[in-house]
Design a protein around this ligand. Structure first.
Ligand SMILES: Nc1ncnc2c1ncn2[C@@H]1O[C@H](COP(=O)(O)OP(=O)(O)OP(=O)(O)O)[C@@H](O)[C@H]1O
Ligand SMILES: [Mg+2]
Length: 412
């Protein structure tokens, strides 16, 4: 394997066998991987997670396709595409990394639940941050209270929710029960709005119904705590927390991810990386399903906030998408490292060429690439064609639900 330093991640090798690398610190400025189906995106994400773990950096990774819950599995036989020495590296990764599979919505596994709003106490004294926290809380609660979308009445109900949340946040926050109580008996600031009493009582009951109808909303399980998910227990070098989404219905995933990202954001602010090159990694595969371009989802706003702010605090974000034009461009615009893989659909090819050109590179010949071959576009470096090594843990067929539960229960 090509030699690289302790704070450097190898991504692949160029045509002359030299390592194409990225500094851990540069991962703070995020990575976006664009490549069609079957081109090796998930393998590349896994290898990045594994190389980070080998260097003591922990990861939270969303698993939308049931294949990332295998991050703690050894290969049954040596796979094609490993670098020399990868058998030893694979053993070292598996022994030193604590892979924990979380199963929100699945009580038989290792359920995980989320606070429905961010930690207001942490932002109470900063007007801008308070406003941002209230905005994201409105975005997360509105679909639950069925007051997202456009209509005069919904506008009024959202305004009442926003003002109540502002009051709630300024007065120390609390849990969902406390918020519902406050809506049932709104403070004077809120009552100044037209029809405020009626709107507030509607939102209070809608949130109460949502809580009993959707187990994931204020549901059972360990409350998501980024510190816990990013801190290995004694004896391990890094923790890899896989959040398997099988128990979260498709339509609820963006709202779930929104709340997760809000919690992550408040945590990184309180726990910046300081002297470490990178405090952790947050990885999103199939990003086009959560943060599509041209359409706002409940997690668009929090993803944009993370993408523009996380670098300050030392959290690295990695996105992969099979639809190059399919993900919000404010998010890809905030990724210093782009990686382009095989794409054959003409419109998608054109999208990749445009992105590469905008970054000052020669248009990459993405149609002729095979699985595991990519072009890297790193800050300040010419675009380089590279071959990515196979991942160190077993990349097999998607797991069945029972196999996920088994991993969630047994692995610690
Ligand atoms: N770096 C690599 N070295 C060798 N083979 C690879 C490599 N990357 C991918 N492959 C092969 O290609 C297959 C597909 O890779 P992968 O699952 O990562 O693609 P993907 O882009 O995530 O696809 P999808 O869009 O379907 O999720 C792998 O199962 C493996 O056989
Ligand atoms: Mg994949």
């Amino acid at each position: 394997m090509p030699e690289v330093g302790p704070n450097t991640i190898p991504l692949g090798t160029d045509n002359d066998g030299r390592a194409v690398t990225v500094e851990l610190e540069s991962l703070r400025k995020h990575v976006a991987v664009f490549a069609g189906s079957g081109s090796g995106k998930t393998v590349l994400l896994r290898r990045i997670i594994e190389e980070c773990a080998l260097r003591g950096v922990s990861t939270i990774v969303l698993d939308p396709n049931n294949d990332l819950a295998r991050l703690g599995d050894a290969w049954p036989v040596e796979p094609d595409g490993w670098w020399p020495g990868d058998d030893a590296r694979s053993r070292e990764y598996l022994a030193g990394s604590e892979v924990v599979v979380w199963t929100p919505g699945v009580s038989k596994g290792r359920p995980l639940t989320l606070e429905p709003f961010p930690d207001f106490a942490a932002v109470r004294d900063d007007r801008d941050e308070l406003r941002l926290a209230v905005d994201t809380a409105v975005a997360s609660l509105a679909p639950r209270a069925r007051i997202d979308g456009e209509s005069h009445v919904k506008d009024g109900r959202r305004a009442v929710l926003r003002e109540t949340l502002m009051y709630f946040a300024r007065h120390g926050g609390g849990d969902l029960d406390r918020l519902i109580e406050l809506l049932a008996d709104p403070p004077d600031d809120v009552l100044d709005l037209p029809s405020a009493g009626k709107h507030a009582s509607y939102v209070a009951s809608a949130l109460s119904y949502a809580r009993s109808n959707d187990p994931l909303f204020d549901g059972e399980g360990t409350v998501f705590d980024p510190n816990r998910l990013l801190t290995p227990t004694d004896g391990f070098r890094a923790r890899v927390s896989v959040i398997n989404l099988a128990g979260v219905p498709d339509e609820n995933r963006p709202a779930f991810i929104n709340r997760l990202q809000m919690a992550l954001f408040s945590w990184i602010k309180r726990n910046p990386a300081r002297d470490k090159p990178l405090s952790g990694l947050f990885v999103m595969d199939e990003a086009q399903t959560f943060i599509p371009s041209g359409k706002t989802t409940p997690c668009t706003e929090s993803t944009r906030n993370l993408a523009s702010q996380a670098r300050k605090y030392g959290l690295g974000l990695v996105y992969a998408t099979q639809a190059p034009r399919g993900i919000d461009n404010r998010i890809t615009g905030n990724a210093a490292t782009h990686v382009y893989g095989r794409v054959t659909v003409p419109a998608q090819m054109a999208a990749v060429q445009d992105m590469a050109r905008a970054r000052g590179g020669e248009p990459p010949k993405v149609a002729v690439l095979t699985a595991g071959q990519f072009y890297s576009s790193l800050e300040g470096q010419p675009m380089t064609r590279m071959t990515v090594p196979m991942c160190l843990s077993h990349h097999g067929a998607p797991l069945e639900d029972t196999e996920i539960v088994e991993r969630a229960r047994t692995r610690q």
